[in-house]
Design a protein around this ligand. Structure first.
Ligand code: ATP
Length: 743
């Protein structure tokens, strides 16, 4: 790896674009004081990423930009590009040439480019770290900086050696690993605390899930209860419906039979007919009783007549025994025939009469006719015929009267018998009527009862219908709670034995209890389980994160361990090599003696203790600090410390050390800005020899006023500054350089 070219534009005194090429091993930059030589070294330092303005001899970024002179106006921006030969691909980048550019504008905006692509400072640092080029590295030794190693503290020296040995990159890696480990630790703590919180939630959700699972069991139980309930209820309702249907059919049938055969109206008609007949018979009986009474009266009358007549006859007979004994009464046929014909006519009418009442009437007529005739004969007997005729007439009359009395008595007897018969009939009719009316009442009562029963059955049917509606609503509710529509309920036919009010109420109470319990369980199990699963998945993720982080922490620790080992072993080996080279350079410069570096550890007060430096701190903390001590044994003098060396000697020791460092881990190029300033002629020659030796291993850019040094250069750049305050560059080839240096 070699520095091929450096281009400056607007950087400090290089107002114009200026390019320096480095084709050979040693390049010298020469020129008068203040012409701008050191600006070249600084431009390299800056382009490689230097951040310290102090080491660039400025205060602000703006100080790096050409500030203008009375004759040349100031530049707006500064830019430095360095081109590295990457043929050997030491830089892990696919290009053969790598151009690193850094620019800054007056507004302070800075930019880095690698092969014209904008990059970050970190990218530049990391890229250059691969070849040991970096900020504040030992490859650019500014004016007066050669002594830096000697004047540094042991700890700083150690750091410088580590840097020179290229261990910085491992240290950076270690620091990075440390940072990452710390970050990982933070992440572990963070994840742990998040997880702890999440686990609390998970625990809570787990309980919820357990509850939800309980709820699922409860729901199952409720489903069973509902199923049993609906099975019984459906069976009961179906059975009741059937029962009601059957009963209704029976009653309707009874009612219809009742209407057609024994209709209450029919019964009522019969009763009316019976009543009418009874009335008629009662009327007849009344008539007959009247006739009987009349007959009785007549009979009494006739009997009284008969009595009277018998008295008269008795008297007449007594009389006739004297005067009229044997007197006959003669009645002609003309007189008796019409009477007999009338009697025969009436008797015939009586015989033909439709009923007894009429017959009696005719019979009474006969009684009148005979009475009249008897009277007439009696008149004949008393008047003209003498006592005999009269007695005979009286006797006839008496016979007739007795006959009439008998007939009337007979008629009366018949009339009484007839009346009594009719009364019997009336009695029977009344009984029938009473029976009919009883039956009628009974039928009506029965019909009323049947109708009432029918109405009751209708009301029962309505109750069943309402209960079925209720059962339907219950099913809907049950479906909503349990997710089962209970459509597959199979009830055991119409077997409802045992399903009664108490059992139904008990079942409903049990269902209600479970429903209330379930309500207590709140949101659906599905949601909780989903939430729980989500939380569990997150917890697993946290667990995996933690295990990944722990694994990452372990591998970082391993890496740090490995880096520690590498750093310490590389340091140890490097230190040995440096010591050998240091001693060699020392020997060749001082012609004898001994020089070396030694790794020492000393106890120092810990950081915390240092803060209390002014105070007396008995319990101050101490820690071990590693550092590098330099030991020098001058061949001719007794030197116990570096301070005892002359300025030149000190400078030579510093240069020996610098060169030794560069020998062990040669940087791609080494810039030495007037490192030889303090050397006398003889030492300058020795320095020049050392340069030559070093030039074999690393590219050298030396800024010098020293002729011996110039002589080692293959190319010389002369820097001048005119009256305009702008640095200019002149290049002088090897031969010319030699001539120049001779001159
Ligand atoms: P010496 O041999 O004495 O060490 P040198 O050649 O190394 O000198 P430098 O230190 O490189 O000189 O240059 C310093 C010069 O650069 C000074 O003249 C200074 O005025 C000039 N300079 C520094 N910064 C700027 C700037 N921002 N603008 C213009 N000129 C600047």
């Amino acid at each position: 790896m070699r520095l091929k070219k450096l281009e400056l534009s607007g950087f400090k005194s290089f107002a114009r674009k200026t390019a320096l090429e480095f084709p050979s091993a040693v390049t010298a930059v020469v020129g008068p004081n203040g012409s701008g030589k050191s600006n070249i070294a600084e431009s390299l330092r800056w382009a490689l990423g230097e951040q310290s303005m102090k080491s660039l001899r400025g205060k602000r970024g703006e100080d790096l930009i050409f500030n203008g002179t009375p004759s040349v106006s100031r530049a707006g921006r500064a830019s430095v590009s360095l081109c590295l030969d990457n043929g050997g691909k030491k830089l892990p980048i696919a290009y053969d040439e790598v151009v690193i550019t850094r620019t800054i504008s007056r507004d302070g905006e800075s930019e880095y480019l690698i092969n014209d692509s904008t990059v970050r400072l970190k990218d530049v640092t990391e890229l250059l770290g691969n070849v040991g080029l970096g900020v504040s590295s030992h490859h650019i030794i500014s004016q007066g900086e050669a002594d830096r190693f000697l004047s540094a503290s042991p700890k700083e020296r150690k750091a410088m050696i580590e840097e020179a040995l290229g261990l910085k990159i491992y240290q950076a890696k270690k620091e990075d690993a440390e940072k990452r480990l710390a970050k990982t630790g933070e992440n572990i703590n963070q994840v742990n605390s998040i997880r702890a919180e999440a686990q609390r939630q998970l625990k809570f959700l787990k309980k919820q899930v357990e509850r939800a699972e309980e709820a699922v069991l409860l729901k199952e139980e409720l489903k069973k209860l509902y199923a049993e309930y609906f099975k019984n209820e459906d069976a009961y309702l179906a059975a009741e419906t059937e029962k009601i249907k059957i009963k209704k059919r029976e009653i309707t049938e009874k009612l219809s039979r009742f209407d057609s055969v024994n209709a209450p109206e029919a019964e009522s008609d019969e009763a009316a007919a019976l009543k009418k007949e009874t009335d008629r018979l009662e009327r007849e009986v009344a008539d007959m009783e009247k006739i009987t009474a009349e007959l009785g009266a007549k009979r009494n009358l006739l009997e009284r007549e008969l009595g009277k007549l018998e008295g008269i006859i008795e008297y007449k007979e007594k009389e006739n025994v004297g005067h009229n004994a044997g007197k006959k009464i003669v009645v002609s046929g003309e007189e008796i025939l019409p009477v007999l014909e009338r009697i025969a006519g009436e008797a015939k009418a009586a015989a033909m009469a439709a009923d007894m009442v009429l017959a009696k009437k005719y019979l009474l007529n006969i009684v009148d006719i005979t009475g009249n005739f008897i009277g007439k004969i009696s008149k004949i007997k008393t008047g003209g015929g003498g006592n005999e005729v009269e007695l005979a007439s009286l006797k006839n009359k008496k016979t007739e009267l007795a006959l009439a009395v008998n007939e009337i008595a007979e008629a009366e007897k018949n009339s009484v018998a007839e009346s009594s018969k009719k009364r019997e009939e009336i009695k029977s009719l009344r009984n029938r009527l009473a029976e009919t009316e009883r039956l009628l009442l009974q039928s009506r009562a029965e019909a009323r009862e049947l109708k009432f029963a029918l109405a009751q059955l209708d009301s029962e049917g309505e109750k069943i219908r309402l209960r079925r509606d209720e059962s339907g609503r219950e099913k809907q509710e049950a479906a909503a709670i349990t997710g089962n529509d209970f459509a597959d309920i199979v009830y055991d036919g119409l077997n409802t034995s045992g399903w009664n009010y108490e059992k139904r109420e008990a079942a409903l109470r049990q269902i209600e209890r479970l429903k209330i319990k379930l309500e207590d369980y709140g949101v659906g199990a599905g949601e909780i389980i989903k939430e729980y699963e989500e939380a569990r998945r997150r917890d697993e993720e946290y667990e995996k994160n933690l295990s990944d982080l722990a694994e990452a922490a372990k591998s970082l620790e391993r890496l740090m361990e490995e880096l520690d080992k590498k750093i310490s072993s590389d340091f140890e080996n490097g230190l040995k090599k440096i010591n050998t080279e240091f001693n060699n350079f020392f020997l060749s410069i001082f012609g004898g003696g001994k020089a070396g570096l030694e790794l020492v550890r000393k106890e120092i007060r810990g950081k915390n203790s240092l803060e209390d430096e002014d105070e007396e701190n008995e319990a101050a903390e101490y820690e071990m600090e590693a550092g590098i001590e330099i030991s020098v044994n001058h061949p001719k003098k007794r030197i116990s410390s570096l301070e005892m060396l002359s300025g030149g000697e000190r400078s030579l020791v510093a240069i020996s050390l610098l060169f030794a460092l560069s020998q062990v881990n040669p940087p791609p190029f080494l810039v030495l800005d007037e490192t030889d300033a303090a050397l006398d002629e003889s030492n300058s020659r020795k320095y020049a020899d050392m340069l030559k030796k070093l030039g074999e291993k690393t590219q050298l850019i030396v800024i010098t006023h020293n002729r011996e040094t110039m002589r080692q250069a293959d190319i010389l750049y002369g820097v001048t500054m005119g009256a305009d305050g702008v640095s200019r560059l002149l290049s002088v080839k090897f031969d010319d350089a030699k001539e120049y240096s001779e001159a």
